[in-house]
Design a protein around this ligand. Structure first.
Ligand code: SF4
Ligand code: SF4
Length: 118
């Protein structure tokens, strides 16, 4: 369990708007995340890796494939389709993010709540 998990008590302030998931960019996963993720999705591991991931520039991790609208490949109508398996960068949003200028920060109810409490 990482720091983000421990602070998920603050998730009661999350509006579930998915702005953070639709912010253009890629999401990075550890290479060993594919097996559990494939099991969760009921997919073959190789097919899961090929469908959703590319090798990250650092070659030690995976990154989500880019989508036409720039949002995360795993976001669906009602939110994250792999929520129990979302990676650390998602679990720690917005706590550890240093990008206050990002558009999704302005929309983020959780970020606003944390600022009010600061
Ligand atoms: S993995 Fe899930 S929580 Fe993370 S950006 Fe994608 S849809 Fe959002
Ligand atoms: S942008 Fe903020 S309020 Fe919206 S889903 Fe993400 S964490 Fe929750």
């Amino acid at each position: 369990m990482n720091g983000g998990d421990e602070r998920n008590g603050d998730a009661r302030y999350c509006a579930g708007c998915t702005a953070c998931c639709r912010w253009p960019g890629v999401v990075t996963f550890p290479a060993d995340a594919v097996g559990p993720l494939a099991d969760y999705l009921g997919m073959d591991e190789r097919a899961c890796a090929d469908l959703f991931f590319d090798i990250a520039d650092n070659r030690g991790q995976l990154r989500t494939k880019k989508t036409t609208d720039g949002g995360c490949i795993f976001v669906g109508e009602t939110g994250c389709r792999i929520y129990p398996h979302r990676p650390r960068q998602c679990r720690t949003f917005p706590y550890e993010w240093q990008r206050p200028e990002a558009a999704c920060m302005a929309q983020c109810a959780l970020h606003k709540a944390l600022k009010r409490r600061a």
